[in-house]
Write a protein that binds this ligand. Sequence first.
Ligand SMILES: [Zn+2]
Length: 137
Amino acid sequence: MFKIPLKIRLLLFFPSPSIFLSMGLCCYCRDKTGFWKKSCLDCVKLQEALDSLEKGGTFGYNELLTCFFDTGVSSEKIKLFLETDLTGKGALRDRIVARMTNEIMEGLGTPSTIDSEKAKKIREEIKKLFLEKEVPE
Ligand SMILES: [Zn+2]
């Protein structure tokens, strides 16, 4: 019979403590939620606003922000919602930047296939470039 190694068995019974630390906290803004809930009421509102925009087809950054501000959620939470990268493949803002870039490039006649992961990489490289640049005295 197949025997499960002890290390795996221990992991099944004692998962990483970070799981317990993040329980009851919103995955976007880290605010308190119900124990089993993934996101707080404000972030649920933002997600619903985003879903309704995505159903309507294509939209720009300005329309997105207007839609988010209309929900009445604080700008701090909106910022966190845009920046949270749940999958590790780019945050919402990277996804939107990638889509808009592709649309613009297609309009210019040179189609591009930038995805959110690539947009995230470019954003991080630009950030690093500015951080490394020495400030003249
Ligand atoms: Zn939240």
